[in-house]
Design a protein around this ligand. Structure first.
Ligand code: UTP
Ligand code: MG
Length: 470
């Protein structure tokens, strides 16, 4: 996988396949081509009289894009040493990785392709390029590129994400793991449901089931949080909403990510979860957190004690819920009795959200899983080492159908954030790129991914995620 964003300099003689390769994996805006610019300022791509003007423009475009931290593919012969090292220096100044793609296409194939062209390069000129390419290939290794990658036999078939096999019977949710070994749960935190909330929710849940998600999690907040939307956008009470989803014909596991312990006495959450588990035949889970947003507590008259006390309540909440779900009615945790019916249909997993040191310690001791952001995975893995607690992540990527779609989404969603910064923060990329990232998380020991996308507007957006789940 190539670094991205990055400076990508193509090196190879005419007919080597440089432009074809670039077009197959980059957006046209990302490719700066001397031939194309000859066509812009001259009579056409092979107007050599326009070379000086074309290269003037090329240098300015390369500098402007790199300065913004944007991927730049330089499509020239790449055989001019001083130009190449200047581009490398510009990438360094912009703190971007810089790689060379060296096209080692067999000379005979270059000649053959050249002959087929409308305006072939004169044979003498091509011979000169082939000679120069041989000399350049040794120079490249000494120039300081982050990588010099050779292309000898890239196929004509563009990279495409593997498809989900069709015609399989729906596996039960518990068996749903990707080939990388991850369980994916769709996390829904925005509800652009228009005039028909129930229809929208139903369509999202069915699409998640069809796409291969193992479960669906709802955010639990009293007011929409500023990170996700505006205060006047709907954010439904999750346990009621999960009741609606429980009535659908899906195999999805259902729960929250996360329910703050401050919102309800833990027994009340335990009651809701046990009921959900009973009516779904054992598909409920509970995401739990300490709560963090003072404003929603104040607005609803809910006490918001200091952090230390909230974490105390997390410990008590987990013990209380487990006691209420367990057989028997004897005194447990802080309760005089634990009379709670219906009983849940299975052991309801508790996932503790948060990456604070004490939160992770509590999670390792009492929870089934701790849930953190991808940057916090190492700390979480260290905290649960030697326990049965697993690690899941909440991931909020931008996922485009292809590269062009990805960048269209970045441009639409980035607000006033610099495009390259936003793309990096949201791991913007194609399904293939996301899978690459998830593969690495799985290798490190992550068990589950709560996947949230900020542009989840309808079922099509859920379907767009299905290549990640195979
Ligand atoms: P390109 O036009 O991609 O070569 O391919 P290039 O390296 O950029 O060449 P210059 O430097 O601009 O002159 C040359 C021809 O080879 C075909 C392309 O369709 C094009 O007609 N080609 C390329 C293939 O048939 N198969 C390939 O895998 C690559
Ligand atoms: Mg070309």
């Amino acid at each position: 996988m190539l670094p991205d964003p990055a400076l990508v300099v193509l090196v190879g003689p005419s007919g080597a396949g440089k432009s074809t390769w670039a077009a197959s994996r980059y957006r046209s805006e990302e490719i700066v081509s001397s031939d194309a610019l000859r066509g812009v300022v001259g009579s056409g791509p092979s107007d050599l009289d326009a070379s000086a003007d074309a290269f003037d423009l090329l240098e300015r475009i390369v500098a402007a894009r790199l300065g913004r931290g944007l991927t730049t593919v330089v499509d020239t012969l790449g055989l001019d040493d001083s130009r190449r090292t200047a581009w490398l220096a510009a990438a360094r100044a912009a703190h971007l990785p810089a790689v060379v793609m060296r096209f080692d296409t067999p000379p005979e194939l270059c000649r053959e392709r050249n002959r087929q062209r409308d305006r072939p390069v004169p044979a003498q000129v091509l011979a000169g390029q082939l000679r120069k390419a041989g000399v350049t290939s040794t120079a490249l290794d000494l120039e300081g590129w982050d990588a010099v990658l050779r292309i000898t036999d890239w196929g004509r078939v563009p990279e495409s994400a593997p498809q989900r096999p069709l015609g399989l019977t729906t596996p039960s949710a518990a068996e749903r793991r990707s080939s990388q070994g991850l369980r994916f749960v769709l996390q829904v935190g925005r509800f652009p449901w228009g005039e028909d909330p129930a229809a929208w929710l139903t369509a999202i849940a069915r699409a998640a089931d069809d796409a291969g998600f193992a479960g669906l999690a709802l955010m639990d907040h009293l007011i929409q949080i500023p990170q996700v939307g505006r205060a006047w956008e709907p954010i439904p009470e999750p346990w009621v909403t999960l009741g609606l989803l429980a009535g659908l014909d899906t195999r999805l596991e259902l729960g929250t990510l996360v329910t703050p312990v401050t919102f309800r006495p833990p027994g009340i959450t335990a009651k809701a979860a046990a009921t959900l588990d009973a009516v779904t035949g054992g598909r409920a889970f509970v995401g739990l957190g300490a709560g963090w947003w003072e404003r929603e507590h104040a607005a609803y008259g809910v006490p918001f004690p200091p952090a230390g006390q909230r974490l105390d309540r997390v410990e008590v909440a987990i013990e209380t819920m487990r006691a209420l779900w367990a057989p028997g009615t004897k005194a447990a945790a802080e309760l005089p009795e634990t009379t709670s019916y219906p009983r849940p249909a299975h052991d309801i997993p508790i996932i503790l959200g948060g990456a604070g040191e004490r939160t992770l310690r509590i999670g390792a001791r009492l929870a089934d899983a701790v849930n953190v952001r991808t940057e916090q995975v190492d700390r979480a893995l260290a905290a649960v080492q030697g326990t049965d607690t697993t690690v899941s992540v909440l991931d909020l990527p931008i996922v485009g159908r292809d590269r062009d779609d990805t960048w269209t989404r970045v441009e639409r969603l980035r607000g006033s954030t610099k495009a390259s910064t936003y793309a990096e923060r949201t791991h913007a990329g194609t399904p293939a790129e996301q899978r690459d990232r998830y593969g690495r998380l799985a290798e490190r020991g992550v068990d589950a991914v709560f996947l949230a996308i900020s542009d989840l507007d309808g079922p099509d957006d859920v379907e767009r995620l299905s290549p990640l789940l195979t």
